[in-house]
Every structure is written in structure tokens, then in C-alpha cells.
Design a protein around this ligand. Structure first.
Ligand code: ADP
Ligand code: MG
Length: 239
């Protein structure tokens, strides 16, 4: 089965108001998927339900063929990178990256090996002894990514991780993220409201509108064969 993700008629209601309407889709092992759509369409909710940070109201979620909707977040094999990635200010980069491993009781030697590897992947190997305050915005975001990949997750979930960076840095980080994905090969789901970001990063893009899938297709097909006027106007709009 590998690290597939299946969403089977997933619904979510907050206080009786449905925000995700029976959504079904399957992501293949190692795919880079973008969930795209306007603010409030349900992107973060969808990601949080995969990670287990929000319970689903009905339906099923399977990771690697196993139902996970009743499992605790730590038992799902997902790691999430947020927009407002809070690093621990009093810890070095090394301690920030390794904290989850320490909590999980991973022995020191293995911890250090995995921290070094994760830092190498995000090219922060020379910065392990620094504090977050001595890093640039892009470097801090890379620490947040290293913190996620050090856990060797089956699934990497990104919730608008580049939105707080300036345009130039964001462009560079996009390139880094797609290279990173190729290197580690985890199934990745990337949430964004920026169609350019989705189209350049992902192999397939799921465009949401008010909790429903408008189209789930390759960037090429979204651009050249929009399924609705909503898709055409969203993809065609300036970012
Ligand atoms: P997006 O990430 O696409 O901007 P969200 O998933 O954050 O959208 O929100 C989808 C809808 O669910 C919105 O209408 C939002 O107001 C609502 N919502 C999200 N989280 C909660 C919550 N904890 N309680 C009540 N409503 C929520
Ligand atoms: Mg959101």
C-alpha cells in the first residue's frame, strides 16, 4: 500500500454548520498534492483532519490502507509544517530539530544521526548551534521543515508554510521544497491560496470551493481544461 492517502466521503461540521461536504479523493504514494482555494474554503480543516488535529464528522480517512480517523495524531505517521511555525527561542537549531525525538525517547546517538541528516537535507548543517533569533526568515522556515522530516513521516502536511515570507524568499523556498520532496519521497500535501505556488509545486492540484472539490487534476489540465467557470476565474486571477 505504501504511503497512500484516501479520503472517503469525509465531512466536517462545526457547531452544526457543514464546511467539508462528503469529500472523496485518493493520493498516491510519494505524490506531491496541492490543496488550493480561496480563504475559508476548508483547506486547513482538511489538512488538520488528515493529521488528526480535527476529528471528522463522518466518512473515513486511510493512510497506507489503514483507517486512521480514530487514531491519535502521533499514530498516523504525519508531520505538519504550519504557517506560523513557532520555533523554541531558547533552544539551538539542533535542539529544535531533535525535540520531538527526545520526547519520543529516541536514543541520543540515533537522535544525533537523524538531526544531522535532516539538517543536511534543508542545508542547515552549519547552523546547528545557532539560536532561531540568529537566523533569517527562510532559515527559520527550513528549521520548521527539518523538525517535521526528522520524524521520518509517511506523510508531510504543509499549511501555507511560505505565506509569511517575502516574494523573493518564497520563490527560492518553492524550488527547495520541490527538490526536498524528490529527495525524501514522502507523500506531501501542500495547502495554499496561491495558485502559482500550487501549480509550480504539485503534481496534482485539488481546487476547493466552499468545502467541495471543483477540480482535482494536473496543473496542465487545470490551466487548459478548467472544469467550471470557478476554476477558470480562480486559476486565471492574479495572485
Ligand atoms: P481555509 O484554510 O481554506 O482558509 P478553514 O479550513 O480554516 O479554511 O475554514 C473552513 C471553514 O470552517 C470556515 O468557514 C471557517 O470559519 C470554519 N472553521 C474553521 N475552523 C473552525 C472552528 N474551530 N470552529 C468553527 N468554525 C471553524
Ligand atoms: Mg487555512
Amino acid at each position: 500500500m505504501g504511503n497512500t492517502i484516501e479520503l472517503d466521503h469525509v465531512s466536517k461540521a462545526f457547531d452544526g454548520k457543514t464546511v467539508i461536504h462528503g469529500l472523496s479523493a485518493a493520493f498516491e504514494d510519494g505524490e506531491f498534492i496541492a490543496i488550493l482555494g480561496p480563504s475559508g474554503c476548508g483547506k486547513s480543516t482538511m489538512l488538520s483532519m488528515i493529521a488528526g488535529l480535527e476529528r471528522i464528522t463522518s466518512g473515513r480517512i486511510l493512510i497506507g490502507g489503514t483507517e486512521v480517523q480514530n487514531k491519535a495524531p502521533k499514530d498516523r505517521g504525519c508531520a505538519m509544517v504550519f504557517q506560523n511555525y513557532a520555533l523554541y527561542p531558547h533552544m539551538s537549531v539542533r535542539e529544535n530539530i531533535g525535540y520531538a525525538l527526545k520526547v519520543a525517547g529516541v536514543p541520543k546517538e540515533e537522535r544525533h544521526r537523524r538531526i544531522a541528516e535532516a539538517a543536511r537535507v534543508v542545508e542547515l548543517g552549519d547552523y546547528l548551534d545557532r539560536r532561531p533569533s540568529a537566523l533569517s526568515g527562510g532559515q527559520r522556515q527550513r528549521v520548521a521543515i527539518a523538525r517535521a522530516i526528522v520524524r521520518e513521516p509517511k506523510v508531510l502536511l504543509f499549511d501555507e508554510p511560505l505565506s509569511n515570507l517575502d516574494a523573493k524568499l518564497r520563490h527560492g523556498m518553492r524550488m527547495e521544497l520541490s527538490q526536498l520532496h524528490r529527495r525524501i519521497g514522502a507523500t506531501s500535501v501542500f495547502v495554499t491560496h496561491d495558485q502559482i505556488e500550487a501549480m509550480t509545486l504539485a503534481g496534482r492540484v485539488m481546487l476547493l470551493n466552499a468545502g467541495r472539490i471543483e477540480q482535482f487534476a494536473s496543473p496542465h489540465d487545470l490551466y487548459h481544461r478548467p472544469a467550471s467557470t470557478f476554476v477558470a476565474s480562480f486559476i486565471g486571477a492574479p495572485p
